[in-house]
Design a protein around this ligand. Structure first.
Ligand code: ATP
Ligand code: MG
Ligand code: MG
Ligand code: MG
Length: 441
């Protein structure tokens, strides 16, 4: 019958194992020796030095399932989360690589065979995009790639050229990059409703800075397919949240919050943004669990700050949207561990420590919120029904009482007030300037 998410992941790895690839473990979501990234954002991150020719690979063909987080830096999907059914902060990227081994032809063939022969997708629902060239960079269209898809039997109308934005992949502002071809699934077989599934990158350059591409010594293949997306397609769902990777955590949210049951159908009316809130919590608890398992500790800068932000956002949603004790987050960890613990043992072994950190961080933030609320109420009483919170009051709440900016805005909103943000930022700039001078002096 229908394959589970876990079976779909295994089938990917088994397929590439049977085609002479060595299966390697996912790296942590914390990039190793790479200042250019907040979190690992693609399967290739841990192989960057091999692609650049700085390190010899142990095997020339490998595949894996990599834990990725896109919540900061060049690839940032944080604001998308919950509003569409296909972008998460944390997701898994299934990938295969050839290091100076096979190139375009075999890469396309392998991907096509897996999707059609193993996963059983109807060929007429697949659309391929390829790099259409970029005159400014002096790069021509990738006609070789187009020809390969033709020979595989993809109809002309399903082979579409696109520009730099979609079909030239780069890890960041600098680093390995190259033209790519992407495989999309469309329920109607038309390009209007196509969903990007799999990106096959033909690594050929090292980008030194904007506009400067230095050819690599060898050509490599680097691919990435979102597990949650392919699972949605194979399970016949319109949204990743409707797959078995998310439904257990969504129903637990329902049990904990007693909020109207999450409508498992995509595209239904989102009553008071409740469905969006369900999805955000389900997304965020996976991200928090995985990042904490990999040793990220909430703090005020860099990746640890993104983690803290994601946790605080979850707390606010649980309190304000669901009217529920945000410590519920701690219980959700168990369900995430059940779903991911087998594929990623560190998630299972970290379970208790993860729950402890979340619990401490939630309690700390709850106290901040309570304190902030009390101080805000005192200020508010003196304002005598003003519609706008004056900048000096906002600044004082922020600077002298340590109430976070988002929280002030939210509390004001709850009392039908807006904030003089412009004035607030001026005061903030002045303050920063003052302390900068003081440091210099
Ligand atoms: P999109 O255009 O949908 O944002 P992308 O082009 O940014 O995707 P790639 O960098 O090409 O994505 O990554 C390879 C694959 O990883 C994508 O084809 C998709 O299946 C998956 N993917 C990318 N971003 C996300 C995300 N935020 N959540 C879930 N899956 C993702
Ligand atoms: Mg994207
Ligand atoms: Mg894309
Ligand atoms: Mg892409």
């Amino acid at each position: 019958d229908q394959l589970t998410g876990a079976q779909i992941r295994s089938a990917f790895l088994d397929f590439f194992r049977s085609r002479d690839h060595v299966i390697v473990p996912s790296s942590t979501v914390v990039p190793k020796d790479d200042q250019s990234l907040l979190f690992v954002n693609a399967g290739m991150n841990q192989f960057k030095d091999i692609l650049l020719g700085k390190r010899q690979p142990e095997h020339t063909r490998i595949a894996n399932s990599q834990k990725c987080i896109r919540a900061g830096g060049k690839h940032n999907d944080l604001d998308e989360v919950g509003h569409d059914g296909r972008h998460h902060t944390y997701f898994e990227m299934l990938g295969n690589w050839s290091f100076a081994d096979y190139f375009q032809k075999d890469a396309c063939r392998l991907a096509y065979d897996l999707l059609v022969d193993v996963y059983g997708l109807p060929p007429d629902r697949l659309l391929m995009t390829y790099f259409g060239g970029d005159p400014e960079l002096g790069l021509g269209p990738d006609f070789e790639c187009r020809e390969i898809w033709r020979q595989i039997g993809v109809p002309e109308a399903h082979i579409i050229p696109l520009g730099m934005e979609d079909n030239f992949w780069a890890m960041g502002e600098e680093g390995p990059c190259g033209p790519c071809t992407e495989i999309h699934y469309s329920p109607s077989g038309k390009s209007e409703d196509m969903l990007e599934l799999w990106n096959l990158v033909f690594m050929q350059y090292n980008r030194k800075r904007q506009g400067l591409l230095e050819p690599l010594k060898d050509k490599h293949v680097d691919t990435g397919m979102g597990l949650e997306r392919v699972v949605a397609v194979l399970q016949g769902k319109k949204s990743n949240y409707d797959t078995d990777l998310f439904t257990p955590v969504l129903s637990q949210i329902q049990q904990l919050t007693k909020a109207p049951f999450y409508e498992a159908k995509w595209g239904q009316e989102d009553h008071q943004g409740l469905n969006t809130s369900y999805r955000i919590i389900a997304d965020h608890i996976r991200m928090l669990t995985v990042a904490l398992a990999d040793g990220v500790v909430p703090a005020d800068r860099g990746a640890p700050f993104v983690l803290r932000k994601v946790l605080r956002r979850s707390v606010i949603i649980l309190q304000n949207k669901f009217n529920c004790d945000p410590l519920a987050l701690v219980d959700l960890v168990d369900t995430v561990v059940e779903s991911l613990g087998e594929a990623y043992p560190e998630v299972a072994s970290g379970q208790e420590a993860i729950k402890k950190t979340i619990s401490e961080e939630v309690l700390k933030y709850k106290r901040t919120l309570e304190k902030g609320n009390k101080i805000f109420s005192d200020v508010w009483k003196k304002l005598e029904n003003k519609m706008v919170l004056p900048a000096d009051r906002m600044f004082s709440l922020y600077m002298h009482f340590g109430v976070p900016e988002e929280l002030i805005i939210m509390m004001a909103k709850n009392r039908n007030m807006t904030c003089d943000l412009k004035g607030f930022y001026v005061l903030l700039d002045n303050e920063r300037e003052k302390s900068r001078k003081a440091r210099k002096g």
